[in-house]
Design a protein around this ligand. Sequence first.
Ligand code: NAD
Ligand code: TYD
Length: 351
Amino acid sequence: MKKILITGGAGFIGSHVVRRFVNTYPNYQIVNLDKLTYAGNLENLRDVEQSANYKFVKGDIVDAAFIQDLFDKENFDAVIHLAAESHVDRSITNPTEFVMTNVVGTVNLLNSARTTWKGDYDRKRFYHVSTDEVYGALGEGTEMFTEETSYDPHSPYSASKASSDHFVRAYFDTYGMDCVISNCSNNYGSHHFPEKLIPLSIHNIQQNKAIPIYGKGENIRDWLWVEDHARAIDVIFHKAKSGETYNIGGHNEWTNIDLIRTLCKVMDRKLGKAEGTSEKLITYVTDRAGHDLRYAIDATKLKNDLGWEPSLQFEEGLEKTVDWYLANEKWLNNVTSGNYQSYYEDQYQNR
Ligand code: NAD
Ligand code: TYD
């Protein structure tokens, strides 16, 4: 038996991690703690909410007293920490919220784990889920981020995640707490909130609205199917040595414009439209401030140490993703609540 606290389990990646752990490990008790911000949605977990080994708790990781109380009551063996403010554009508008949730919230969890485990980390683990954005931006060449790459965050989002990573390492170095960290590239797949590039574009194509491409669309991201990320988290959680860091990525780099053109073709085919119809919606808009040019992950260490590799080719993953959104219009309509606008449009119209 193990009791595991998963934070942010109602969000995009968290819901895939919760589902995987609840279904794969019936002998684990999974407690999903989530504040249910705009990005948290219990609809994401309808298929597991009745499971005997699953429980949901609504709460804010910024509330230290509440977190300590929860640890006192539940006596967790492990934490898998995903709760975060996760959208770069929102971090540019409201950095403080990112400091509170991503930095203070993480430190609150570390403190309560430390108090509860009282220096005995045998069969205990604090797993912090982080991002490749902490490494900053790469040039157009072939260089990739490794676990040795120095941190060089540029956005308030990546600065807050970098800070939280440093705190987790500090608790390993200072208190000997059993900690592991993984830094993953951009995820895509089902249940992704439609403010991020791929689900926003799918949503806008469905609504016959403009697809906003920042700058010239030449920025490069390395895309990984979300269920491959959840599987990597499972492997690292169970097999990594304490204090380790692993990069997770898909070896799958795309410029934003090429990715969106490919997506438009898939959407045209699935919606029975003439090829080229959706591409007409592509609209170049003002670039994001401080927009990182390129991310690319070298996941060799994870492959060599723990045998993890991505399972899906991008084209197949994109098809699956589009199929899911087309089959789940209700989910999309619920989160977009009729008059939803992309964050970009919102900010643009309020200028
Ligand atoms: P998300 O925005 O979809 O979900 C975040 C979840 O955290 C939501 O359910 C939200 O309600 C919850 N939350 C936010 N603030 C909270 C608070 N104060 N207390 C409790 N719960 C709170 O994010 P995501 O894309 O699923 O990302 C999950 C984690 O993975 C984050 O830590 C993110 O930095 C990391 N990550 C994301 C990506 C990606 O491509 N999305 C890539 C690498 C790493
Ligand atoms: P996003 O999905 O926000 O992820 P991240 O910023 O964490 O990489 O953005 C992915 C890329 O797409 C990034 O280079 C910004 C760009 N982008 C657009 O061009 N238009 C959009 O409307 C959005 C949301 C993102």
